[in-house]
Design a protein around this ligand. Structure first.
Ligand SMILES: [Zn+2]
Length: 319
């Protein structure tokens, strides 16, 4: 009989993934489902219910035998597990732990998806054995999580470490949050795409014109990676600028948190990490202020898509 099992759920703006996980962190089974845009709150909850239910049924596990369920939510989650604000999915204001607990009758905890991703990397990934960690996740936007002296930094509202919305130029481009000149407005995938499309509209040549499937609404990270591998001047230029800006942000973060390690993760890093990492490292190496204080490792995520699922389980287990 299977025993001591947890479920970790990674709720994203466009997809939800869930894993059935052993106490060792081994993922026994994993499922993913795409979410149509503008799905109602009721429908999102019902998708989460059925995803967890299917995960259990596939493995022949009874829900009551679960030790707990952990949820990674793309937004601000307070200490009780209530979603305070989730800009990309209709879950704001919901006591999501209570709702899931009522259905499965096991302990449920929730946290910000990127914070949990960093917990996952500390448990089983690139940040194992470290106690002062900064994790930066470059996806559509830019999320981050910070662990100081072995403790996840949450702040007063659970909104700490929103590094993507660190204001770096108040006269800069408009950000997804409504402010102007946030870091995300320069280096999030949507911002990279904005810069590329602007150049394409001007008529600039790029291999992207042949790589992009006709009518595609977004430029996926894998397409960016392909264009870089073909030495496309436009994509290389835009991506280099973004990578060096992330590098600058890492210098600032090092001065604020003095971490032992910085972990870069998320979809853009998963696809283009080989290109971005050396540029970030180059920026940090030039940091004169810290030159006498020893090194701060910068690495890419090891858990990739599983970081938040495993971090959600780590939160449930109190790891
Ligand atoms: Zn912002």
């Amino acid at each position: 009989m299977k025993h001591k099992l947890w479920v970790g759920v990674d709720i994203g703006g466009t997809k939800i993934s869930a894993g059935l996980v052993e106490g060792s962190g081994k993922i026994l089974h994993r499922k993913k489902i795409s979410l149509p845009v503008n799905l109602s709150r009721k429908k999102i909850i019902s998708v989460i219910f059925s995803l967890i239910q299917e995960l259990l049924e596939d493995e022949g596990v009874k829900a009551r035998l679960l030790k707990g369920i952990g949820l990674g939510v793309p937004g601000i989650v307070d200490q009780r597990g209530v979603v305070i604000n989730a800009p990309n999915i209709s879950l704001s204001g919901i006591d999501i732990c209570k709702v899931i607990k009522r259905r499965f009758r096991v302990p449920v905890v929730a946290g910000n998806d990127v914070n949990l991703g960093v917990l996952g990397e500390r448990w089983l990934g690139a940040a194992q054995g470290y106690k002062d960690i900064v994790g930066i996740f470059m996806g559509t936007g830019l999320g981050a999580g910070v662990i100081v002296d072995d403790k996840l930094l949450l702040g007063n509202h659970g909104a700490a470490a929103e590094i993507g919305h660190m204001l770096i130029n108040s006269k800069g481009p408009k950000c997804s949050c409504g402010n102007y000149g946030c870091l995300e407005a320069y280096v999030g995938r949507w911002a990279i795409e904005r810069d590329i499309r602007k150049e394409l509209r001007k008529g600039r040549r790029s291999v992207l014109r042949t790589l992009l499937p006709p009518g595609s609404k977004i430029i996926k990270s894998k397409i960016l990676a392909k264009a870089i591998s073909r030495n496309d001047p436009l994509i290389t230029e835009v991506m280099k600028r973004a990578a060096l800006t992330v590098g600058d942000a890492c210098v600032s973060l090092r001065h604020i948190f003095d971490p032992q390690i910085i972990v870069l993760g998320g979809g853009v890093i998963g696809a283009c990490g080989d290109f971005i990492l050396p540029l970030v490292q180059e920026r940090l190496a030039k940091d004169k202020f810290f030159s006498k204080l020893g090194k701060c490792d910068v690495v890419v995520s090891q858990l990739e898509d599983n970081a938040t699922i495993l971090g959600a389980v780590a939160l449930t287990c109190g790891i």
